[in-house]
Every structure is written in C-alpha cells, then in structure tokens.
Design a protein around this ligand. Structure first.
Ligand SMILES: Cc1cc2nc3c(=O)[nH]c(=O)nc-3n(C[C@H](O)[C@H](O)[C@H](O)COP(=O)(O)OP(=O)(O)OC[C@H]3O[C@@H](n4cnc5c(N)ncnc54)[C@H](O)[C@@H]3O)c2cc1C
Length: 439
C-alpha cells in the first residue's frame, strides 16, 4: 500500500472515530484479524459481550486445515472442509464480517488497514495464522508446493493425478519411473498423513483404472531430517506409525535432510531422487503480524506475547494461534495446533469481556492438552492422551470421530461422514478431479 493511501485511510479513521465518540455512547470495538481456529473462537466467545466485533479475513470461508490433505489426495472436496464465515457468525448481531486483506496496523491511530480501508479498534486480536516456509530456500516452492490453502490442495491433487495420467502414455521407462515416484518432505502429522493417503490412492483407488501402468507400483517416499517420523509423539507411537507406513509400501527415509528441489527431483545429500511430484510438509512461518505491529519476532516469525497473550507494551493488542510465540505453564513454547488457537481465542475473549465489564481478567492463559492424533491410512492411526496411548483401528476410529465432531457446520459433518463411509466400503476416492491447467 502506498504512503498516500495509508495516510488517507488513517485520516478517514480519525474522522469516523471522532464522529462515533460524540455523545460518548459508543461500545468498545473489537477487531479480529483472521477467521481461522483462533479468530473464530474469539468472535464466538464475544457473542454476548457488550462490544462491537469486526472479523476481517482475506477469504470468505473458514478452512478446516486438518483435513486439507484429504482434498490434496482426492478423498474429499474443498466445500466439505470449508464454511462461509458470514454463515457461521450469522446469529451474532454484534459481529460484522469484512472480506479484506490486512496490510498494516497503525498502533498510534488504533486502526487496522485492510485493502486501503481503515478499521478502528479499541481491542485488537491478531489471529492470522502461518504459511509454509522453506528454511531460506524459497526457490524450492514452485517444485515442492506446501499445503495451507484450498488452492494448494487442489494444485497438489492435480500434480498427483497428472503424474499417473502422464505415466500411462509415457513410453520411456526412465521417465515413466520418474512420473511414478512421489515424494513427501517432512514427517510430522501432515507429511505422514499425506504419504499414507497417496500410497492408498495408488494401491487401492487407482489400482484398476489404468491399462499401461500399474499404479500400485508407484514409489511413495517420505523424507524426514530428524531421526523418526512424528517427532512430537512418544517414540512407541512413532514406531507404530512407521510400521503402518511400511505396510502401505511407503519408503521412509529418516535422518535425511533435503538439500535441493528442482524440476528434476529432490536431492538428499549425495543422493538424487528423480520425481516430478514433490509435496512440502516440512516447515511453517507465521503471518507477517510482527511487521504490521512493529514488534520483535522469533525464528518462526511469531510475535512474542505475555502470559495474557497481549503485547508486552500494549494490553489491548492480543496475538494468538500460529502467529503467537506463547509459552505454556512449563515454560515451553506452545505448539502450532488448532486446540491451542481455539483455547487462546476463547481466553482473550474472556479477558476483553472482563475488562469491558470493569472486572479483573484472569492474568494467565493456561493450555489444556486433550491429546494428539495422527492417521496413517485405513484403520491405522496413533493417539497420545498422555495417560494412555492407542494405535491401530481404535485410534483411527477416534481420529475420525474427533475430526467430524470439530468440523464446523452440520452439512460438512454429514458430507464428510458419507464420503468416508463410501470410501471405506468401496475403496473409492470420490474427488479425483484434475482442475486447472493440464501442464
Ligand atoms: C495441512 C495442515 C494440517 C494440519 N493438521 C492439524 C491437525 O491435525 N491437528 C491440529 O490440531 N492442527 C493441525 N494443523 C494446524 C492448525 O490448522 C493450526 O494450528 C491452526 O489453524 C491455527 O489457527 P490460527 O487461528 O492461528 O490460524 P488459521 O486457522 O490458519 O487462520 C488464519 C486466518 O487468517 C486469515 N488471514 C491470514 N492473513 C491475513 C491477512 N493478511 N488479512 C486477512 N486475513 C488473513 C486466513 O485467511 C485464515 O482464515 C494443520 C495445519 C495444516 C496447514
């Protein structure tokens, strides 16, 4: 945004602000940036508070990212895991939704600048999430797309399905082998889920559909720089996930740091893997909120916040979810997962409501972890509840129940349940559409 536009936006904000202050009857204005897990949870928890809430998002829908990998592997359609923000907040008369991209925050003028408009606030909640990061190798991105948005998922789905289509007509055996090699980089929950789902797609859903190739012979390779898959899970569950991946035919390479990605494939140290399909599931970087707010940031771009999730020098500006560098009661950094963002959203809403009511808010956010889950494929998952660890079919059922339960909207829950039941009974993948360019 150029300086003149920014100045004009700020002047406009001051005009609106002065006008609304006349008579002193104005309710406190809460602006929430981002309608992901954190922002939406904050907005919903403020529904009965005597405040005016504005939720700003650059998309008109809330995305359930934990099931994005199923869109990328043709198991679900985009609309199954997304819900319009306006519809979600329809019954909250104190809340407005603004479809706009935030570009800056003017802390002195107390306004957010979004698409050249100025949106004034008394309290600001920044919940703008994170995007994938390439550890300083942004040049890898065109060859190794990450998974964060619906567009990423449909691009990856296209890459995977096109690889099989092109292999079917390819006469050169070397090129055909390259097409039938699919590589996932990063063996956290997303990478493990992606690799398992690609292997199932090749071995089951696509197995009988081609004539010149056998999709079941496709090589699915999962590369992890650390010593084991699912590094944030206990070792016994990592080992169980590893066994499930191997049963599916996934070749897992741990302790292998990627040193290059290009049109020819992936380089790992001295070894080169020839492939045209690479999925990046290895790193994330917070949204540029530190730049908007003019604050410090940590190595992952996150904004350091105090125990109440507010900026240390401004108790009216909160940063939550994947954008915040917040520590738990044990002093360790809280993980970038949906339950942290949701609980933080609900907590800052309580803090704001208490302050508006003249009460003292609880001074510290406390995260309650209810467990970690990751699925590897059909009837294979791992679940860590601290006091008990579960693997296999039971963990897989729990994983399914939890994900359907937390999906937003009855239509989405029903659609996903029906799709999963259908896939379970028929081994089919219902959303095998190649959309966009055929190149
Ligand atoms: C593929 C994938 C799988 C995952 N699987 C799991 C899982 O199984 N379990 C789990 O707990 N967590 C999982 N996560 C992590 C989880 O999704 C995040 O921790 C969670 O979404 C963080 O919530 P948030 O509110 O901070 O950000 P998000 O939910 O990412 O929401 C951020 C919002 O901000 C909006 N936004 C960003 N920039 C701007 C801007 N400039 N202007 C306006 N709006 C903006 C975005 O459009 C978005 O709606 C997964 C993440 C990914 C990517």
């Amino acid at each position: 945004m150029d300086t003149n536009r920014a100045r004009a936006a700020i002047a406009e904000h001051r005009r609106i602000d002065q006008a609304s202050d006349l008579g002193g009857a104005r309710r406190p204005r809460v602006v929430i940036v981002g309608a992901g897990f954190g922002g939406l949870s904050a907005a919903r928890a403020l529904r009965k508070a005597p405040v005016d809430v504005t939720v700003i998002d650059r998309r008109n829908y809330h995305l359930f990212q934990p099931l994005l990998y199923q869109v990328a592997t043709a198991g679900l359609s985009p609309a199954d895991i997304a819900s319009p923000i306006r519809a979600i907040l329809r019954d909250q008369p104190n809340t407005s939704v603004l479809l706009a991209r935030v570009e800056a925050v003017d802390r002195a003028a107390r306004c957010v600048i979004a698409d050249g408009r100025s949106v004034p606030f008394d309290y600001l909640v920044v919940a703008s999430g994170a995007r994938h990061a390439y550890f300083g190798h942004e040049e890898w991105e065109p060859f190794a797309p990450g998974l964060k948005k619906i567009e990423d998922a449909t691009d990856i789905r296209r890459n995977i399905l096109l690889a099989f289509e092109k292999a079917e007509t390819e006469l050169d055996p070397v090129e055909r082998a390259r097409l039938l090699t699919l590589v996932v980089i990063g063996a956290g929950p997303t990478g493990v889920e992606m690799a398992g789902a690609i292997a199932e797609l090749a071995r089951r859903a696509l197995a009988a559909d081609f004539r010149a190739i056998d999709p079941a012979q496709a090589r699915v390779i999962l590369i992890e720089a650390g010593p084991r898959v699912l590094p944030t899970f206990p070792e016994s569950l990592s080992a169980a996930a590893m066994r499930s991946l191997q049963r599916l035919g996934v070749q897992v390479r741990v302790g292998a740091a990627v040193t290059g990605c290009d049109a020819a494939g992936v380089t790992v140290g001295d070894a080169h893997i020839a492939t045209r399909t690479i999925v990046w599931a290895a790193g994330v970087m917070a949204s540029p909120a530190a730049r908007w707010l003019g604050t410090d940031k940590d190595r992952a771009g996150r904004v350091p916040v105090g125990p109440d999730l507010a900026l240390p020098d401004d108790p009216s500006i909160f940063v939550i979810g994947d954008t915040a560098a917040a520590t738990g009661a044990d002093g360790r950094m809280l993980p970038g997962v949906a339950p942290v963002a949701k609980q933080q959203g609900a907590y800052v809403a309580r803090v704001i409501a208490a302050r508006v009511a003249g009460r003292s808010p609880s001074p510290r956010f406390r995260y309650r972890s209810y467990g970690n889950l990751a699925t590897v494929g059909r009837r294979a998952a791992v679940a860590d509840f601290g006091f008990v660890r579960v693997t296999g079919s039971l963990a897989w059922l729990l994983w399914g129940v939890v994900h359907v339960f937390f999906l937003i909207g009855f239509r989405n829950r029903l659609a996903v349940l029906i799709q999963w039941l259908w896939s379970y009974l028929t081994f089919e993948s219902g959303s095998r559409l190649i959309t966009g360019s055929m190149d």
